[in-house]
Design a protein around this ligand. Structure first.
Ligand code: NAP
Ligand code: MG
Length: 403
């Protein structure tokens, strides 16, 4: 069989631990035999980040900005324990944070749904994609503990010396106070990414905040979305028959639970943090959650939502058999291959991505699964296999489809 050719390279970001092991298995078994893979490779494994003093992460981010399509393996975000374990020069920052800052992007997370794993919410039939505005708000707040009576004020001093001042509260005794901010630029980028991704995936876009209570802060989010929709995206949305829908967060929560899914739900930073955990848990498994970072100018970085699966890696190092689920990482690759195919007009590359996804779903529908899924599967005789067996079952089905 002739291998599928590529034009532009995909930016490949390798990672750490168990997912690094799986990364190689996926390439060796499921991609390289069929595609003349062109990538620009960056090793974001922690030893290489440390050796290059994290330069490699920045290079990878800029390459993603240049080429427009990247695929990333899970990486360790160092903490004190990792600094010791890897004897690091510094506690390097989260690569995801660095790349997100370079691309100014928004992360979209969506579950992969299969017949035998029913969402806890029984009317959910299609994926719900969560878009979280990962900038500012409570994650960058300034907090104070107030020990005694007194006045807390909010003061803004302009570069020109002008001043805005408001009383937050007149404390009669001890209490707490918190200052939050966000930037108009960042909210605009978030909105652009959301509208673009809705068009890209032909799904409705929902957005919700607490604008009835937060009449300036949250309302600004609502206004920016409304303005961009009217001025830049409405025509395209109507053409595609998709809808932009704003509603109050409480109302949105109720509607989400009653819905059958199949839309993007955009959320402010904290709401997105909380709701993405709720939605992913209700859909079943973190190992079946995909994630894509989309920049406001349409650059894409695909990855799995889970981490490096450290506990399995230590077992693997001990020579024990592991049954780690590679599905979300495979879908990161198929997402990147399909997008590259679409952008370069390579229909066979797109088709390959689709077929590889189908081969994964077919394998799971046959009851061949990694251990994490076996316990969740209903109405099917599920057989647990190890990672290598699972990948080779997927390959068998992929080869049939490509014939
Ligand atoms: P994790 O790697 O997502 O794993 C947590 C647990 O979830 C695992 O121990 C495993 O449960 C289960 N799990 C996750 N993915 C699985 C898969 N593909 N197949 C089967 N089971 C899976 O989270 P973590 O242990 O908190 O973090 C480990 C490292 O990953 C940390 O260093 C963290 O910094 C990093 N991390 C990176 C990213 C990223 O790069 N995007 C995201 C999150 C975390 P059982 O052990 O019960 O089987
Ligand atoms: Mg969370």
């Amino acid at each position: 069989m002739k291998k599928i050719q590529m034009k532009t390279p995909i930016v490949e970001m390798d990672g750490d631990e168990m997912t690094r092991v799986i990364w190689k298995m996926i390439k060796d078994e499921l991609i390289n035999p069929f595609v003349e893979l062109k990538t620009e490779y960056y090793d974001l494994g922690l030893p290489e980040r440390d050796r290059t003093e994290d330069k490699v992460t920045f290079d990878a981010g800029y390459a993603a900005k240049k080429y427009g399509v990247a695929v990333k393996c899970a990486t360790i975000t160092p903490n004190a324990q990792r600094v010791e374990e890897y004897n690091l020069k510094e506690m390097w920052k989260s690569p995801n944070g660095t790349i997100r800052a370079i691309l100014d992007g928004t992360v979209f997370r969506a579950p992969i749904i299969i017949d035998s794993i029913k969402p806890v919410v029984k009317n959910w039939k299609k994926p719900i994609t969560i878009a979280r505005h990962a900038y500012g708000d409570v994650y960058k707040d300034t907090e104070m503990k107030i020990e005694s009576a007194g006045k807390a004020e909010l003061v803004f001093t302009g570069k020109d010396g002008s001043e805005q001042r408001q009383t937050v509260f007149d404390f009669e005794g001890p209490g707490i106070v918190q200052g939050l901010y966000n930037k108009e630029d960042s909210i605009r980028s978030f909105a652009h990414s959301c509208f673009k991704y809705a068009i890209d995936t032909k799904q409705d876009l929902w957005f919700s905040t607490k604008d009835t209570i937060s009449k300036k802060y949250d309302h600004t989010f609502k206004d920016i979305f409304a303005e961009l929709y009217e001025n830049e995206y409405k025509v395209k949305f109507e053409e595609l028959g998709i809808v932009y829908f704003y509603t109050l967060i409480d109302d949105a929560v109720a509607r989400v639970i009653r819905s059958e899914g199949g839309y993007i739900w955009a959320l402010k930073n904290y709401d997105g943090d909380v709701m993405s955990d709720m939605v992913s848990t209700a859909f079943g498994s973190l190992a079946m959650m995909t994630s894509v970072l989309v920049s406001p100018d349409g650059k894409y970085e695909y990855e799995a939502a889970h981490g490096t699966v450290t506990r399995h890696y230590y077992r693997y190092l001990n020579g024990e058999e592991t049954s780690t689920n590679p599905i979300a990482t495979i879908f990161a690759w198929t997402g990147a291959l399909k997008k590259r195919g679409e952008l370069d007009g390579l229909s066979d590359l797109e088709e390959f991505g689709r077929k590889l996804e189908e081969a994964c779903i077919d394998t799971l529908n046959c009851g061949i699964m990694t251990k994490d899924l076996v316990n969740l599967a209903e109405n099917i005789e599920a057989k647990p296999v190890n990672t290598a067996e699972f990948i080779s079952e997927i390959r068998k089905r992929l080869e049939e489809k490509l014939q």
